[in-house]
Design a protein. Structure first.
Length: 163
């Protein structure tokens, strides 16, 4: 889960079941998605109340690299969106981030970088990265306000970094 582009299958709001299989060096995962009419939802990750969130993320270890000029940054914070109103293109549901903040235990805002909404690999997500690793054992509050085709949400997650 300490990833940007490979996280969306696990955080998709509309999946109803998943399966995983492995034989030797090969593995496969599949998810079953429900697409009822007027299904509009957004899911923030890390989830509210989550503990043991990694303090850092090495973007150089993910392909494609979501922060090619940074390397070691803080853990990705994402919003994954489901909508029955597919708009096409790279940004499937015309998702827009209206505002975002990440506040640490001292009340100070951490510097964050937003991945561009025309990033061809995000598809159903909005993603931001703290510019530096976060403090082990500390509790952070992420607040994001988002809109997309057919919906809008104000999302808050309070999570604790692993020791």
């Amino acid at each position: 889960m300490n990833s940007v582009y490979h996280r969306s299958p696990f955080t998709s709001p509309e999946w109803i079941s998943a399966g995983f299989g492995q034989a030797g060096n090969y593995s496969s995962m599949t998810t079953l998605h429900a697409f009822p009419n007027s299904f509009e939802e957004a899911v923030i990750y890390p989830v509210h109340g989550q503990v043991d969130v990694p303090a850092s993320f090495n973007s150089d270890q993910e392909f494609p690299d979501p922060a090619p000029n940074a390397g070691l940054v803080g853990p990705p914070i994402t919003v994954t969106i489901a909508s029955s109103d597919y708009r096409g293109g790279w940004n499937w549901f015309d998702a827009q981030l209206l505002s975002a903040s990440l506040t640490g235990p001292d009340g100070e805002e951490a510097l964050i970088t937003l991945l561009p909404d025309d990033d061809q690999y995000l598809g159903t997500m909005i993603a931001l990265l703290p510019e530096r690793p976060l403090t082990p054992g500390a509790t952070y509050t992420a607040k994001l306000s988002v809109t997309w085709a057919g919906g809008e949400a104000d999302l808050t997650s309070v999570f604790t970094i692993a020791e």
